[in-house]
Design a protein around this ligand. Structure first.
Ligand code: 13P
Length: 252
């Protein structure tokens, strides 16, 4: 089964609900009639409902950037899978390096969130990535193997169908330094082999692996032409409708 390319924006802490609606209104005509891929944006919690209403019927998927693993409870400031789903989200980013770095998300938390996301029938996008220091000390593959294993702990092949994994080298995020297509492919092939060990060949070959880190309209095509790069997770270049649309239309 071929893997459908998944082109996702991650808006991080940008845009109100009204700004999200303007973005979608502007992106709509640019993406009209595009097939053979999924276009998606992970928006701030407060913009999910408005963005999902604006995106209804366009095929653009709306997602969240994080969730808590409990359904509900005394967890001030947290948001559950049921809440984001009711607001219109269909996917959730988990374990983004900014969550790991600034908010204490650990592999163990990501694994718990992953269970909650699957339980709610949402699509999980699990992020892994090494820092510059780890890459320079030759630790890239050891770190990635350990993050992947820890983040997917408790997952079995029967439940893994919706899983999406994003490789986002921390040194490439927001820096303008993209991993070369060859560097990214090398890691993606490694991650797919690790997935085969963890969840079996069938799951590994069906799982979409996204690359993230300074993806732009002018480098997306070469990244996606690599055998194991099935999509992109895009920060800065997904904030403007025209560059987002160019990324979604990477092959045109
Ligand atoms: P940039 O595309 O801005 O480098 O961000 C990448 C990212 O973190 C997407 O999740």
């Amino acid at each position: 089964m071929p893997r459908t390319p998944f082109l996702a924006g991650n808006w991080k802490m940008y845009k109100t609900g009204a700004e999200a609606v303007s973005f979608i209104e502007a992106a709509k005509p640019l993406l009209a009639g595009i097939t053979g891929r999924e276009a998606a944006v992970a928006v701030p919690f407060t913009a999910i409902a408005e963005a999902a209403r604006a995106a209804s019927g366009t095929g653009i998927l709306i997602g969240a950037q994080n969730v808590h693993w409990e359904r509900e409870g005394a967890y001030t400031g947290e948001i559950s899978t049921g809440m984001v789903k009711a607001a219109g989200a269909s996917f959730v980013i988990l374990g983004h390096s900014e969550r790991r770095q600034f908010f204490g998300d650990t592999d163990e938390w990501v694994a718990k969130k992953l269970q909650a996301v699957l339980e709610a029938s949402l699509v999980p996008v699990v992020c892994v990535g090494e820092t510059l220091a780890q890459r320079e000390s030759g630790d890239t593959f050891r770190i990635l193997a350990s993050q992947l294993k820890g983040s997917l702990a408790g997952l079995n092949a029967e439940r893994a169908a919706p899983l999406v994994v994003a490789y986002e080298p921390v040194w490439a995020i927001g820096t303008g330094k993209t991993a070369t297509a060859v560097q990214a492919q090398e890691v993606h092939a490694f991650l797919r082999a690790e997935l085969a060990t963890l969840l079996g060949e069938k799951t590994a070959s069906a799982t979409r692996l996204l690359y993230g880190g300074s993806v732009k309209p002018d480098n997306v095509k070469s990244l996606l032409s690599e055998a194991d790069i099935d999509g992109a997770l895009v920060g800065g270049a997904a904030l403007k409708p025209d560059s987002f649309a160019q990324i979604v239309k990477f092959d045109s």
